[in-house]
Design a protein. Sequence first.
Length: 142
Amino acid sequence: MPASASKPTTFGQLPPSKWPGERLGLPDAGPRSVARVGRRLGALAIDWGLAVAASMIFFSYNPFATSLIFVVMQILFIPTIGGSIGHRLFGLRIVPLVGGWVGLWRPVVRSVLLGIVIPALVWDSDQRGFHDKVAGTVLIRF
């Protein structure tokens, strides 16, 4: 990382990344790079579709049940398989910034905030949503 990229600016914030993940020490492209919007949307569509299907089968398509199923799937699959079913099908994985296993609390915090939707729409220059920032995670390609 260039020395100028690590110098804090106003209020101790780092300048915007040249590419998503630069400030996190991640590559611009390829394995371990930050997941881009297309893959994220594709994974989201698959996960939401699975939640809708389960809601239709078990709850006569109840919108609250759909949202709850979506959040629960995230909480269950992130610590067990490294991401949701959609994430895995699109070659993505959720990892903690500190390394190691994502643990149990990160998926809960991340998924509950994702279920609220608005935090997922607020991104920084590293393409990390507020839900990932709070949970200390990043969605990467593998």
